[in-house]
Design a protein around this ligand. Structure first.
Ligand SMILES: [Zn+2]
Length: 79
């Protein structure tokens, strides 16, 4: 068994949506409202109706927190 695959998460619906499918809607787990993916993305992955934080993968979180091209990954083999 490949251990690296064991820890891979399934694709996040929000993050995998490309520009063409941004009119797609998903249901918020907290308020149960159907919200356009584009609205959630524009609100930094927080539900604009109730404030629920949607799950964001590590790479996306780094992009949100750092200046463009300023992040330098070190010790990649530690994970
Ligand atoms: Zn919500």
């Amino acid at each position: 068994m490949d251990l690296k695959r064991l820890f891979l998460k399934a694709n996040n619906d929000l993050e995998s949506a490309d520009g063409k499918s941004s009119a797609r809607k998903i249901v918020c787990k907290k308020c149960k409202k159907r919200i356009a993916v584009s609205r959630i993305r524009n609100n930094h992955f927080v539900c604009p109706e109730c404030g629920h934080y949607f799950q964001v993968r590590a790479r996306r979180r780094i992009l949100m927190l750092t200046d463009r091209r300023s992040f330098i990954e070190t010790d990649r083999e530690l994970s």
